[in-house]
Unconditional design. Structure first.
Length: 247
């Protein structure tokens, strides 16, 4: 899993669950975050290094963003998703973000991020009232940001075809306490979409449409942008050495 550093962020266990509205207005038009994956695959982190960056331009030409809007999942369904995802451990966790994606694929239609009293996170992808984690054990996510000076930790990102000419992208991560807004841009397109933020975790989900040209087995790399309360951009994944050729 690609993650970024060492600044402990505490107090997450007290967060209110199930915020589903974007935190803050988008800096460009509006949207939500993701990571670069092939259909039906998973990765930890939004956008990978140089090879992903080169593929991003071609993918951006082949796809356009239909929607980055998510809808909240009701508490009863969230409980079922966590139970099927975590089994007997589900009772130890409470959801901080639980949303449906703007489009459903064969295997996924949303995501639930939950945390326990020790600030251990889990990410469960949903399909209806069923949940599944891409990780073993599911509680691989902890309460630290990886890498000195980094403000974003990436959880799993996934992508999968969602019907003819459509594609689902969704992912999540953890942010430092001085971040007030997170947005996502895709490929070389500067337009940014707001992530859903709550309890120290952020989630993005996007529906993409193919344009009938270019590779259909890759989606444009998503890039995370973070802003402080004054609206100043304090993190840009495109400039993060972990995701560029300057490593």
């Amino acid at each position: 899993m690609s993650v970024a550093a060492v600044a402990v962020f505490s107090g997450i266990g007290d967060a209110k669950p199930l915020l589903a509205e974007p935190a803050g207005n988008p800096t460009s038009d509006a949207a939500s975050p993701s990571a670069s994956t092939t259909p039906g695959s998973t990765s930890a982190g939004a956008g990978s290094a140089s090879s992903s960056a080169r593929a991003s331009s071609a993918a951006a030409d082949a796809f356009s963003i239909i929607s980055g809007k998510t809808m909240p999942i009701d508490a009863g369904t969230v409980a079922k998703i966590l139970t099927s995802c975590l089994g007997s451990d589900a009772s130890r966790f409470h959801a901080v973000v639980a949303v449906r994606a703007p489009i459903a694929s064969q295997n996924w239609d949303g995501v639930v991020i939950a945390v326990d009293s020790a600030d251990q996170y889990v990410q469960c992808e949903s399909k209806g009232d069923k949940g599944i984690s891409q990780d073993s054990p599911p509680t691989f996510i902890n309460n630290r940001l990886w890498g000195t000076g980094h403000m974003i930790e990436y959880f799993d990102s996934i992508g999968e075809p969602a019907g003819k000419g459509k594609h689902l992208m969704l992912g999540a991560g953890h942010y430092a306490s001085d971040i007030a807004k997170i947005t996502i841009s895709y490929g070389d397109n500067p337009k940014q979409y707001p992530a859903v933020m709550a309890g120290g975790a952020f989630v993005y989900a996007a529906a993409l449409s193919t344009n009938g040209s270019g590779p259909h087995d890759a989606s444009p790399s998503p890039y995370v942008h973070a802003y402080n309360a004054s609206g100043e951009e304090i993190y840009n994944q495109k400039k993060d050495p972990q995701f560029t050729d300057k490593q």
